[in-house]
Design a protein around this ligand. Structure first.
Ligand code: AVJ
Length: 321
């Protein structure tokens, strides 16, 4: 008989088993990003309701020189390390500035999606052939350990897209602290934080008319079906978004529209759902200056400066240790 030890031999299997055995049930949003999930996230970034991408693009485009010069090191150049690089559309604005203004630098994109990293590397090889790109696939926390050995010259660590918002505050502090530990005094952390705003604007961004976010959320079940031999009837789950304006936390759920059972062969697991039972799949935290200031303090970082868009929907902060 197969033991639990052999069944749960990958983080994905282990976490799915734990999350679906718990009450209330949960799954981690980091598993949204398979090939189909990457594509759906691209579609999300292009939809009108998902203001985050446009706002950050506007910030990087209207402050390119200031941000670029903040990154520069005239003596030894720098390593620009991007965690969660994705498709690099926003980053390219900065990369082009740096390439055109005599920066000596290596661009090191890191992403959990192998597919995203490959596409970005290929795209940069054709669009910016002179650029040195040293891409890596990996999870944030695991990659951070390796960054410590990277201390030869100035490092700029970049995390765009409000990706930190997927972490609850204690985890965010752990993440920021690890980043701080990987930094030297001249290094810079440049990070995007989606801001609190009209709650309706936030709800709309995570509950679009066309149902793209719903498909993105449900894709985690499709992925379990395909990769772990699950038999979820995906259509019997509804995407639900809740935003708490007091805490700034947006939460995504999958809600079972009827009582049912799902089996996951590779986990040797059968999961029972009551009607209206939930699976919590994602948090997307929203911030203000006070919260970011507090996170920085808790992590031993200092805010050097910040940049915002016309509407003040989104902010990029530069931190030093
Ligand atoms: C990539 C984590 C920043 O939370 O806004 C988009 C992912 N989820 N729509 C976010 C997402 C639903 C996104 N992050």
């Amino acid at each position: 008989m197969a033991t639990t030890a052999t069944l749960l031999d990958t983080p994905f299997k282990k976490e799915v088993f734990e999350g679906l055995s718990a009450f209330p049930k949960y799954l981690s949003s980091k598993y949204f990003y398979d090939k189909k999930g990457d594509k759906l996230f691209q579609d999300i970034m292009a939809m009108p309701e998902y203001y985050l991408t446009g706002c950050e693009f506007q910030i990087l485009s209207s402050h390119t020189e200031t941000i670029g010069e903040l990154f520069r090191d005239r003596e030894n150049g720098l390593d620009l390390i991007e965690l969660g690089a994705g498709d690099g559309k926003k980053t390219k604005v900065l990369l082009k500035y740096m390439a055109d203004h005599n920066f000596n630098f290596v661009y090191k994109p890191i992403d959990i999606s192998e597919n995203a990293v490959e596409m970005l590397s290929e795209n940069l090889a054709t669009e910016m052939p002179a650029l040195t790109v040293d891409a890596e696939v990996g999870e944030y926390f695991e990659v951070l350990e390796r960054l410590k050995g990277f201390n030869k010259r100035k490092k700029v660590i970049m995390v765009l897209g409000s990706n930190i918002g997927n972490l609850k505050h204690p985890k965010a502090i752990e993440f920021l602290t690890k980043l701080k530990d990987a930094m030297l005094p001249d290094d810079l952390l440049f990070m995007g934080f989606d801001q609190k705003k009209n709650p309706q604007t936030i709800l709309d961004a995570y509950n679009d008319e066309a149902g793209i976010t719903a498909a993105f959320n449900k894709n985690i079940l499709t992925r379990i079906n395909r990769e772990l031999g699950g038999n979820f009837d995906v259509d019997k789950f509804e995407h639900w978004e809740a935003y708490n304006p007091e805490t700034g936390t947006a939460k995504s759920f999958l809600v079972a529209t009827e009582a049912m059972q799902a089996s996951i062969e590779k986990l040797g697991l059968t999961v029972n759902f009551e009607q209206w039972e939930t699976i919590h799949t994602e948090i997307s935290q929203k911030y203000d200056d006070k919260i970011v200031q507090w996170l920085a303090e808790q992590s031993g970082l200092e805010i050097e400066t910040s940049f915002t868009d016309e509407k003040g929907y989104y902010k990029n902060y530069a931190f030093r240790k």
